[in-house]
Design a protein around this ligand. Sequence first.
Ligand SMILES: *Cc1c(COP(=O)(O)O)cnc(C)c1O
Length: 239
Amino acid sequence: MKQVYFMIAETTIAEQIHAVHSRIQAACLRTGRSPETVQLMLVTKTVSIADIQVALDCGETLLGENKVQEALAKAKSLQNSPVHWHFIGHLQTNKVKDVLKFATCVQSVDRLELAQKLSQRLQQDERELPILIQVNTSYEESKFGVAPEQALELIQRVAELPGLQLQGLMTIGLFSEQEQPVRDCFKRLRELQAQARALALPKASWDVLSMGMSGDFEWAIEEGATLIRVGSLIFGART
Ligand SMILES: *Cc1c(COP(=O)(O)O)cnc(C)c1O
């Protein structure tokens, strides 16, 4: 019985991955974009190593986690696999050391204090780290991220810190079934991207727009997302 169950689960994950790629492609076609301009990140929080392995066997290589200890344990289990781990959750400054053990990008830099801690640690380790600035485009109090009005000031301060490679912006859209307010969040992020570019900061590039999740990734692609973060649609609802 157990084997039968696993076969079904594996088929489902593989099928869902395939379906998401088809939907990415369709959304790109609708907006005249090339599908290669959108990267799919699989969000593996609460997902077992066995299920992650199914996704890796499908050729996926970009994974996202929002809890440092969970991510660290998974990264160790999968250290021989060709995967990239991005950190996408709220990051406490006392976890900076641990995040640097596995993350190839921290997408959730949302305050100067955190950027400074990352920078200090990176200088000690004599390395650099790509980062994104997380913006709270939905203005929901429950969400992390710098307020859109304060984002450019934060960006200018962060750009001065050694070790950090500013590569773009990240946001979580409003949780809503209504299309327009969700799209407005993504539009806000894209406007900020243009404003950040206009600052012409040395060393910073603004190509990455990380936005769109299971429920809204097609809208995000239509609004310019270059990286979408999909979890439950592929691995099932988190319990
Ligand atoms: C959990 C999570 C996702 C994925 O959410 P789904 O709705 O399951 O696709 C994306 N981004 C962040 C920051 C998350 O925490």
